[in-house]
Design a protein around this ligand. Structure first.
Ligand code: PCP
Length: 389
């Protein structure tokens, strides 16, 4: 019906680049099927980012679980990583998983791009809320993945019913311009929302449809008594001018009339830079394109060992590796899988290193605990102290 693959197509290896399918036929013809170790890492992060957030691990484990005697060792989903750090090692007979390279990378590249941008926005926002409002910017078929990745990265909520259900959250939303245009007035729309929608839903009115935000804010402030949680400003670019000044003016006019509790929610073309600029005046941010349309992270998957022999292409270090992280100062070191973290001391602070890789699959046995999206999000937020933007 729609231009989208389903889970079976992915599991059956149909979403593979043709040269992997041809490689499979050639190796079969030559009766070659060595046990290999491949490593997934990236050489450069986009836009000068210093770190990325690893996402998409759960889908890779689901894809590879049940595939003959495969082993997968990796950073847990939600781990912060840097350039030239291995994030995953897959070990097994090449013909058992080579065909999945395209999908494995697809799962990690896009989800990690979304989670990384979401984390950057949440770090910029500090204790302010960041909501992922970008479902409309991507193909509906991938919204659940995009919203899960945004939530894992740190977003406080997502806007679609199915996306929210996948992460066991309530969908978040305000009022669209369409409702205000059809009803014909901001105050009447806010009252209608208050009469019709269940009380558990925060009453957030949208105030930039018809008139100046300051006067609409004053009009709507008293419209439903103290039920009004906040007002959203999605001021069009053609009228935005100095958005911070507009927000300060609205804040002033509300406060001098005793509406100190009414929150200011902003949306429309925002990213982490805008959030940094507005976070002292806005209470929450609705971020769309910047998060859901985030740059993918260009992971690559390369053979680093064949039948135990360390070998890799030019530009890639051979031997299966892992990352150990200093428990005191978060300093990282890349070592061979065969080495032990306890054999090393942190060069920076002398602290103890910890092996941050987990075993997700061991010769086909699933050891992965499938943590919830909230648990993974908590892991990401616990690392914020080390994540500069
Ligand atoms: C957009 C919609 C999304 C926001 C803005 C995403 O407003 O509300 O939540 O924006 P971004 O992609 O630029 O970051 P409108 O397009 O005005 O839509 P609506 O009237 O439905 O709120």
């Amino acid at each position: 019906m729609f231009h989208i693959a389903d889970g079976n197509d992915i599991k059956e290896g149909k979403l593979t680049d043709i040269y992997f399918e041809r490689t499979e036929r050639i190796l079969k013809a030559l009766d070659k099927n060595p046990v290999v170790k491949v490593e997934i890492f990236l050489k450069s992060l986009p836009e000068g980012y210093k770190w990325g957030v690893l996402s998409g691990v759960e889908e890779v484990v689901k894809l590879l679980s049940g595939v003959n005697k495969l082993s997968v060792r990796c950073m847990p989903e939600g781990t912060v990583f840097k350039e030239f750090q291995p994030v995953m090692v897959i070990e097994g007979k090449y013909l058992d998983f080579g065909i999945y390279e395209t999908s494995i990378l697809g799962f990690l590249c896009q989800a990690s791009g979304v989670s990384t941008k979401s984390a950057r926005c949440k770090i910029a926002a500090g204790n302010r809320q960041v909501y992922s409002f970008g479902a409309r910017r991507v193909h509906p078929g991938i919204i659940p993945m995009v919203e899960r990745s945004a939530f894992i990265g740190g977003a406080d909520g997502v806007s679609t019913t199915l996306g929210a259900k996948l992460i066991n959250q309530e969908p978040v939303g305000t009022i669209p311009h369409a409702l205000i245009l059809i009803i014909g007035d901001t105050v009447e729309s806010t009252k209608a929302f208050n009469e019709v929608i269940e009380q558990a839903v925060k009453r957030i009115s949208l105030i930039d449809t018809f008139n100046d935000e300051k006067f609409e804010a004053i009009r709507v402030a008293g419209s439903i008594g103290d039920k009004l949680y906040g007002i959203r400003l999605d001021t069009p670019a053609s009228r935005r001018g100095n958005f911070k000044k507009i927000l300060e003016e609205v804040r002033w006019e509300l406060d001098i009339r005793g509406y100190n509790k009414i929150k200011l929610i902003v949306s429309g073309g925002l990213d982490e830079e805008d959030i940094l600029e507005l976070k002292n005046i806005a209470d929450s941010f609705g971020v769309g394109t910047a998060i859901s349309g985030a740059r993918v992270l260009d992971f690559s998957m390369d053979i680093v060992e064949i039948e135990g022999r360390k070998i890799a292409k030019r530009g890639k270090m051979s031997g299966a590796k892992k990352v150990i992280r200093c428990e005191s100062c978060f300093n990282d070191k890349v070592i061979l899988e065969s080495q032990k973290a306890s054999d090393f001391q942190c060069e920076k602070c002398g602290g103890a290193y910890k092996d941050i890789f987990i075993e997700a699959l061991r010769e086909g046995e699933v050891l992965y605990s499938y943590p919830s999206a909230s648990e993974i999000r908590d892991r990401v937020i616990s690392q914020f102290g080390y994540m500069e933007i």
